[in-house]
Design a protein around this ligand. Structure first.
Ligand SMILES: [Zn+2]
Ligand SMILES: [Zn+2]
Length: 388
């Protein structure tokens, strides 16, 4: 199973879809044009069922194989949303909407899965059912979570689920994956330190919240450096410091700190949440102030099931001959994790070559990736549900 010849024939068409999505980027759940086009194309391919509005603006297509002797159902997922970035690629098909840009390559993911869907609907050379999943709001909105909450897995009987993301820095046509934690859980915290504001020339009459905040920021660094096992991954970043006074001569009453926590392991995640709470309240109390933390959990760890990781790697190897099965995990987060929490599956990177990094205004998805990505999606269906 090398790159499927059919995708060489379909390449101009898939590339045209990709560039059309690129010209018309949409954000979060507001992917109405993209979703409508995806649904229209899926219907045109002759999918057995096409359902819109799952997880608000998600689209699901169902393609039945020639036979269905064991009742197997495999889900394949792509994301459809863009980013609030001003594009600087100078491409002829650059974004027509200033401030919105497909800077993460979701235009490519959607086009590649559409190509796979067309091929699977034409050939149906498998025993079972393929479910193609197009989700909104990967970039912070939790579209994957919304589709799961909408009962997608049960409604379509999905048993295993597979996702793919392009990655600059990996050669085009090469794949990278690892079993276990592939991407981090991303949480956020809002810290409020309340002291006693007043005249900056009379600090002894105040409880200086800026000094307390400075101690809290330094103490939070000890979570990664002194508390968590050095062999486990953790990031604690304070990204915002806000006081309630813009003046040079006022000690603020309140200081707010905001930041993010990245972990790869549930026990580390629980531990860090507790340490932040203890440090903020303890350090504040020691200096006469009051410290409070609002901690909210975001995307969970993207956890590749070992067996399914092997299946994904085998297909990638057959498609391209180049698979790194010990890829370094990333501390970024991915909301495909919500689907992987529901069903076993795996998430794989496909190389985008030597381009700007995703989320950069000069980034562009490389259309040469399409035959590899579409072949992998289609190959997963044929490999996991071989024709009877
Ligand atoms: Zn992204
Ligand atoms: Zn992305």
């Amino acid at each position: 199973m090398p790159v499927k010849n059919r995708f060489a024939e379909l390449l101009p068409q898939i590339t045209a879809w990709r560039r059309d999505f690129h010209e018309h980027p949409e954000l979060l759940f507001d992917v109405h044009r993209t979703a409508a086009k995806v649904a229209e194309l899926l219907r045109g391919f002759g999918c057995d069922e096409v359902v819109e509005g799952i997880g608000r603006t998600g689209v699901v297509g169902v393609i039945k194989g020639k036979t269905d002797t064991v009742g197997r159902v495999i889900g394949l997922r792509a994301d459809m949303d863009a980013l609030p970035i001003i594009e600087q690629t100078g491409l002829p098909y650059a974004s027509k909407t200033k401030g919105k840009m497909h800077a993460c390559g979701h235009d490519g993911h959607t086009a590649m899965l559409l190509g796979a869907a067309q091929y699977l609907a034409e050939t149906r050379n498998f025993d079972g059912t393929a479910v193609v999943i197009f989700q909104p709001a990967e970039e912070g909105g939790g579209g994957g979570r919304e589709m799961v909450k909408d009962g997608m897995m049960e409604r379509f009987g999905v048993q295993e689920v597979y996702g793919m993301h392009n990655m600059p820095g990996i050669p085009v046509g090469h794949f990278a994956i690892r079993p276990g934690a592939m991407m981090a859980a991303a949480d956020q915290f809002d810290i409020t330190i309340t002291g006693k504001g007043g005249h900056a020339a009379k600090p002894h009459d105040c409880i200086d919240t800026t000094v307390v905040a400075a101690h809290v920021i330094v103490a939070l660094q000890t979570i990664a450096s002194r508390n968590v096992d050095p062999l486990k991954q953790v990031v604690v970043s304070v990204c915002v410091v806000e006081t309630d006074s813009p003046a040079h001569n006022v000690i603020p009453q309140v200081v707010k700190l905001k930041g993010t926590v990245r972990t790869m392991d549930h026990s580390v995640q629980d531990f860090v949440e507790q340490r932040i709470s203890d440090i903020v309240s303890g350090v504040s109390l020691a200096m006469g102030a009051r410290g409070e933390v609002a901690y909210s959990r975001g995307y969970p760890v993207t956890m590749n099931a070992p067996e399914n990781t092997d299946y994904a790697a085998e297909v990638a190897l057959a498609v391209s001959g180049h698979v790194d099965t010990d890829a370094a995990p990333l501390m970024g987060a991915e909301d495909f994790s919500f689907m992987l929490n529901e069903r076993p599956g795996a998430y794989i990177f496909v190389g985008n070559g030597d381009t700007a990094m995703v989320h950069h205004p000069a980034y562009n998805f490389d259309d040469n990736v399409i035959p590899f990505g579409s072949s992998w999606y289609a190959g997963m269906v044929e490999a996991r549900m071989p024709a009877a």
